[in-house]
Write a protein of this length. Structure first.
Length: 100
């Protein structure tokens, strides 16, 4: 199993969810893959960002580092499970922000 590939996918889920919220609320943002920057853009717009959502900035490393061939530390199943949990928290939080 290539956990790196799956970590890229969960990073994308978190990134796209945050971008969806920004678009839904008509908040301008730079076209980046940096989850931390997207979170700070939401924070600057007045959103109270939970600590667990802020943790998602750690997923940014999976956006580029593991996507392209090269030398990097292999991702473990445990790291994938943690990344999946974090991305799920982000998606669920974004859903609450869109519904409310």
């Amino acid at each position: 199993m290539l956990w790196e590939d799956l970590c890229f996918d969960v990073q994308q889920a978190a990134e796209k969810a945050l971008k969806a919220l920004l678009c839904f609320k008509k908040i301008s943002f730079r076209p980046v893959h940096d989850i931390g920057e997207l979170i700070e853009t939401l924070s600057s717009a007045g959103f109270q960002i939970p600590k667990q959502v802020r943790k998602a900035s750690e997923l940014t490393a999976y956006a580029v580092q593991t996507r392209y061939p090269g030398e990097y530390e292999k991702v473990t199943e445990e790291e994938f499970v943690e990344a999946l949990t974090t991305a799920t928290i982000v998606v669920e939080w974004v859903e609450t922000q869109i519904v409310n």
